[in-house]
Design a protein. Structure first.
Length: 473
């Protein structure tokens, strides 16, 4: 990084000198400026890919190790509740902080407390559809069906297409014997989410109750087409076929139902045997910490946000959200080594995600670890051959390290072919400048300016290169 920074500084000083002396820049100066600008593009691409964060001073908090200080489930729950209460104390009118506290109470089985905080949210904001949905769910659990129906109807007045609400409303309507209204709600749910097996299954149940066996069979079959192991839908089909005196089909569906039911019982037993209460609560608290970090970050308390994201990462080795936030924060604060460490964790968690490999490549390149960067960019390219970013970055790196010049040009051209955007044309122009292909270089740089006319750096390089050509001519 020191070597790269010294190149940047030399390029900056020379450029300032050209401005004051009105001299024609050398080819080496143009190439140096091109590299500085291109590398800046790569840095911004990585940050945008991760997430945007304001520039704040990096501070590494000292955190307690969860394995030693939070050894029991009850201790974890207590800490989760404490941090949620503190969040509401810090931001008493922030709906996100109140909602987080309500969710914590609900997860702990304290429904009355959860209800109190969701009611507080709707007082602050009568148009908060999610809060009404949460209140309706509590009402349904308490078998207050009429109240649940009323609350879900209020939810839909605010957000008619809110995911899953029509389905939940249908269940409440079914519980009160309002079959026709439940059918309307389920059909609306399928308009919003056509691949919902459960909605087709409930429609099958309703039509079966109404003795519309043709419609019932049709909907049970639709449920199975979406979810092949929908055990209850097979039982529904067997029942309908018996009513229709389709004995062969009924027998076939009943056999499938029995087979799936046996598998379900075995799977449920395996799940209960493998369930780790401590691991589950750690994952839950990690999610709470991640959301708390998001809220602190929204209120510009980056140090507190980082603290909670790091705590989430320590609690749950598989939590992607907190690591994505940390990687972006470290990247923006120019803490490249920590950004790389977290990005490597993300790549291990999502090995088939080309973005993870791309980010690792950019960060390794910034640390002059070109071999590691090359491998990461190549993996990203293999996973996403139709996306241009890895082609562009490989071309830039080959150009910068003075190797594989012909391949650098081929990669730059491929990037433009895949996505004719400004940064790709600019890198192509840079490679062509290095190859002394003046005509094509000018055309590529000009095209970059046309696609991004507000970028002063593109225009500056273009004008410097033009002056160089005029001098040599």
């Amino acid at each position: 990084m020191k070597r790269h920074n010294s190149r940047q500084e030399r390029a900056r000083k020379r450029t300032e000198s050209y401005r004051t002396k009105v001299c024609i820049p050398s080819s080496r100066t143009i190439r140096m400026l091109l590299l500085v600008i291109i590398f800046g593009i790569a840095i911004m691409a990585t940050v945008i890919t991760l997430r945007f964060y304001p520039n704040t001073e990096h501070k590494s908090p000292t955190l307690e190790q969860p394995e030693t200080t939070l050894a029991t489930v009850e201790a974890l729950k207590k800490q989760e509740l404490e941090l949620s209460n503190q969040l509401v104390e810090d931001f008493p009118r922030d709906q996100g902080s109140i909602n987080l506290l309500a969710n914590v109470h609900n997860n702990h089985g304290n429904r009355a407390e959860a209800q109190k905080y969701w009611e507080q949210i709707v007082l602050l904001n009568p148009n908060n559809a999610a809060a009404y949905d949460s209140l309706a769910r509590i009402a349904l659990l308490k078998e207050e069906h009429a109240k649940a129906i009323q609350l879900w109807k209020k939810t839909l007045q605010i957000d008619p297409d809110m995911f899953g609400v029509h389905f939940r409303l249908a269940r409440a309507l079914m519980a009160t014997g309002q079959s026709q209204q439940a059918i309307v709600a389920l059909k609306k749910d399928l308009e919003i989410s056509p691949k919902t097996s459960a909605s087709y299954y409930l429609l099958g149940q309703l039509y079966l109750q109404l003795k519309d066996y043709k419609q019932a069979k049709q909907n049970f079959k639709a449920a199975i087409q979406i979810q092949h192991n929908n055990t209850e839908a097979y039982y529904g089909l067997a029942t309908v076929c018996m009513r229709l005196e389709q004995t062969d089909e009924a027998r076939k569906f009943m056999e499938e139902f029995k087979k799936l039911k046996t598998q379900d019982v075995r799977a449920d037993k395996d799940r209960r045997g493998a369930y780790d209460d401590l691991k589950a609560i750690k994952s839950q608290v990690a999610q709470t910490c991640t959301e708390a970090g998001n809220i602190y970050h929204k209120h510009s308390n980056t140090q507190k946000a980082e603290q909670f994201w790091r705590k989430a990462a320590a609690l749950d080795t598989g939590n992607i959200a907190c690591r994505t936030n940390l990687a972006a924060l470290y990247q923006w604060n120019n803490n490249v080594e920590q950004a790389l460490e977290i990005s490597e964790q993300l790549r291990m968690l999502e090995p088939d995600n080309p973005v993870r490999h791309f980010n690792v490549g950019v960060l390794n390149a910034r640390l002059n670890k070109f071999e590691a960067a090359e491998k990461a960019f190549q993996m990203s390219r293999e996973l996403a051959p139709q996306q241009s970013d890895s082609y562009r970055m490989l071309a830039q790196m080959y150009m910068e390290t003075n190797r594989a010049t012909a391949e650098a040009l081929a990669l730059a051209r491929k990037a433009v072919q895949l996505e004719p955007k400004a940064e790709n044309y600019f890198v192509l122009g840079a490679v062509l400048v290095k190859n002394n292909n003046r005509t094509e270089a000018l055309a590529a740089l000009k095209r970059a300016i046309e696609l991004d006319p507000g970028n002063p750096k593109y225009r500056r390089i273009y004008e410097l290169f033009q002056k160089r050509i005029q001098k040599e001519n």
